[in-house]
Each structure stands twice: as structure tokens, then as C-alpha cells.
Ligand binder design. Structure first.
Ligand code: PLP
Length: 403
């Protein structure tokens, strides 16, 4: 008798990552020979800086081929703590290596934190739109993600008041992400401080995903470490993927209160053990050679900045096309509300766009806002300009068609 797979109760409601699915579709069409501009991926197009690749090769030759301790190799834990200590507010207790847990990408750090902090019956506030995986990770942790929708006048960011209004006696935490994926919006220090104050008062956990913190154009993006001396309820998530162009190495980390760091380490010890030894050495090279890494980061951010400005210049030619002002990260979030009267205009628009204009974007439904689409401009400037031009052209033509 054929053995039938029925999803377990754990994954019954799990959805595949929409961003990864768009990437797969774009790759499949490219393989058929179509000239696709893939604005779906959230990944820098730069290569990992050469000295980091070199350090990794040397580490392998010297024997970095075995298990490491679960939490991460001690010099990397020290380097992460030292890096974070550059940001801490005067008067804060310095971060120690014991508070750091290294994982297979910041995605796993976030997942570890969700599983260890939240469980059945708990509610966690998710400023929305936000990165698609938060909702699913919280679902896997068997708690309830409560989307809190931001207003368009505030670049879809949420206020402390909106979070307070959405909270209940079961609220246990809030997910923060500034600069934001998918919108590129950056929270000001004041906006974040109000949220931190509320969370401290209500004894909520704050998971601050700062993976795009270095990628901010008009002003530096604040880290929560700069805003408070109280880390009792803070989990800071970061990694090397975006700022260091190291997505494939899969190194992220959490900085958490000692008891939480221990729980996350215990959980990880059963789930995946340690992050790859070679990748930990690569991340160590990235963090400890600041004289080489800082210019590399500055160069990459300057390039993203030029592309951001170029994309804005293209959009300025289409005044009817609205979008969230992209102050950081490398995404542009375009408003497609009302497109051809569809219930899910983002999905219809994205489907048509790839078919007729050969441009892949992510429908906003993936971020619980179906009236939008996300396009990444982490690619050659001329290609990003062309991609955004086609998006705008298609949107304007589609609206005209409907009238
Ligand atoms: N957090 C956000 C907001 C992201 O956009 C991403 C990747 O797209 C991640 C975390 C995961 O990054 P990593 O490659 O470190 O797992």
C-alpha cells in the first residue's frame, strides 16, 4: 500500500517562503533562456571580500573541519561582543561572549529565539508589513503572530501606540526590524525608544533584527543597543549576510540575556549543533579585520546608495506610482492597490510582470499586505533602473487598461 504523507500538526499551516519561491521561478525561466531581471532576491550581488575568502581557505587547511562548540568558536563570540560593544550606550554593562550565540544565519538565530521565548497561548506583535519568515517562525513556535499594520503616511512603520492598542494580556513580545525588509523604511531613534519604553513597561521581549543596520543611506540607522542601557528583555539579531556580502556562509548571531542565550544554545545543540566551522572562521576574519572590512562595507553601501538614488530618479518620471521612501536596506515597496480590481493585486501584478516584462518581484501578500510588491535593487545599476522602469510602466498601463 502506498504510504501517504500528511503534514504533521506542526507544519499543517506552514507556507513555503514566498521570496524563495519567486527566486526559484526566476531561475527556472532563466534556464529556459528567458532574459529575466530578478528583483525578487534579497541578496547583495557583491562577492564576499577576497581577504575573507582567503582566511576561510587558510582555516580549512589548518583544520577547521570539525564540530565546534554549539555556541560558536570563542574568538568569534569575543569578536561579536567587541563589535556590539562599540554601539552600547554609555552606562551599559559591556556585552560578554557568554551572551552571544552563533547560528546558521540570522534566520536560525531568530527561529531559536522564537522557539525559546514563546509558546502556545502567547501572542507576539509583528509590525506589518514585515519579513515573511517572522509569521511562519512564530507559527512553528506554536504561538500567535499578531500583525500590527503601519500607516502609509509613516512609511508603513508602526508606533508604540499602535502596538499598545494591539496588545492583550497574552502579549509576550514584539519583532522589530529596522531598516525594514520589505519596505526599506528606517525607524528613528525616537520611534524605537518609544517602543522600547513600552516593551520594558509591559515586560515584553523585544527581538530586534538588525541585519540591515549598516545599510542606511540618509542617516545611520539606530541599533537598540544605542538607545537603552537595559538589555534584560532584548534579543539583538545580526549576521554577516547582508553588510558583508556573505549570504551563503550562513552565519548569524543573537545577543541575549544569559539565561536566554543558554536556552538557545541548548535548543540549537539538538536542532543543528554548531554553524559550519569554516564559515565561523570566515565571519571571524570579517569582524576582526576592521581595517579591511570597513572600507569594503563602505564601498558596498555607497554602491547601494547610488542604485537607490537611480531607482528613485526613474520613479520620479512616473508621478502616479507611489512607494515607500527607501531610506535603507535594498528594497523598493511599490503600491499596486486597486490594480485591475484584483482581490490580491500584488500577486496578479507580479504574475503579469514576469510574463510580459520579464521582471521578477515578490507579491506583498507574502508580507501580509497584498496591495504592494517588493523589488530588490541589489544588482547592477542599469539593470535595476530598467527593472523599475518596467514595473512603473506596467503599473501605469494596467491602470489605464482598467479605466
Ligand atoms: N532578517 C531579515 C529581515 C532578512 O531579510 C533576512 C534575509 O533575507 C534575514 C533576517 C536572514 O538572513 P540570514 O542570511 O542571516 O539568515
Amino acid at each position: 500500500m502506498a504510504h501517504v504523507f500528511r503534514p504533521s500538526a506542526n507544519i499543517e499551516r506552514l507556507k513555503e517562503s514566498a521570496t524563495i519561491a519567486v527566486g526559484a521561478k526566476a531561475r527556472a525561466l532563466k534556464a529556459q533562456g528567458r532574459d529575466i531581471i530578478d528583483m525578487g532576491v534579497g541578496e547583495p550581488d557583491f562577492d564576499t571580500p577576497a581577504f575573507i575568502r582567503q582566511a576561510a581557505s587558510e582555516a580549512v587547511e589548518k583544520g577547521a573541519t570539525r564540530y565546534t562548540n554549539t555556541q560558536g568558536i570563542p574568538p568569534l563570540l569575543d569578536a561579536i561582543a567587541a563589535d556590539a560593544n562599540k554601539l552600547i550606550r554609555p552606562g551599559s554593562t559591556p556585552i560578554t561572549a557568554a551572551e552571544v550565540v552563533v547560528s546558521n544565519g540570522s534566520k536560525q538565530s531568530l527561529y531559536n529565539a522564537c522557539v525559546c521565548l514563546f509558546g502556545p497561548g502567547d501572542e507576539v506583535l509583528v509590525p506589518t508589513p514585515s519579513w515573511t519568515s517572522y509569521y511562519e517562525m512564530l507559527e512553528l513556535a506554536r504561538c500567535v503572530a499578531i500583525p500590527v499594520f503601519g500607516d502609509v503616511e509613516r512609511s508603513l512603520k508602526v508606533t508604540a501606540q499602535q502596538l499598545a492598542d494591539a496588545s492583550t494580556a497574552r502579549t509576550r513580545g514584539v519583532m522589530l526590524n529596522s531598516p525594514s525588509n520589505p519596505t526599506g523604511a528606517v525607524y528613528s531613534a525616537d520611534e524605537l525608544t518609544e517602543i522600547l519604553d513600552l516593551a520594558a513597561e509591559r515586560a515584553w521581549w523585544v527581538l530586534s533584527d538588525e541585519i540591515y543596520q549598516r545599510i542606511s543611506y540618509d542617516a545611520p540607522a539606530a541599533s537598540v543597543l544605542q538607545l537603552t542601557t537595559n538589555r534584560d528583555n532584548l534579543i539583538i539579531i545580526n549576521g554577516v549576510a547582508k553588510a558583508y556580502a556573505m549570504t551563503g556562509w550562513r552565519i548569524g548571531w543573537a545577543i541575549a540575556p544569559l539565561a536566554v542565550a543558554k536556552a538557545m544554545t541548548a535548543f540549537q545543540s539538538h536542532a543543528t549543533s554548531n554553524a559550519a566551522a569554516v564559515s565561523q572562521h570566515a565571519a571571524l576574519a570579517a569582524l576582526s579585520n576592521t581595517e579591511l572590512t570597513e572600507p569594503a562595507i563602505r564601498h558596498m553601501v555607497a554602491e547601494f546608495h547610488k542604485r537607490r538614488d537611480a531607482v528613485l530618479a526613474v520613479l520620479a518620471q512616473f508621478p502616479s506610482v507611489k512607494f515607500v521612501y527607501p531610506a535603507g536596506a535594498f528594497y523598493i515597496y511599490v503600491d499596486v492597490h486597486g490594480y485591475k480590481g484584483a482581490d490580491d493585486p500584488g500577486t496578479l501584478f507580479a504574475d503579469e510582470l514576469i510574463e510580459t516584462e520579464n521582471v521578477a518581484v515578490v507579491p506583498g501578500g507574502a508580507f501580509l499586505t497584498p496591495g504592494w510588491i517588493r523589488a530588490s535593487y541589489a544588482m547592477k545599476q542599469s539593470v535595476a533602473e530598467e527593472g523599475v522602469r518596467r514595473i512603473a510602466r506596467h503599473l501605469v498601463a494596467g491602470r489605464r487598461e482598467k479605466q
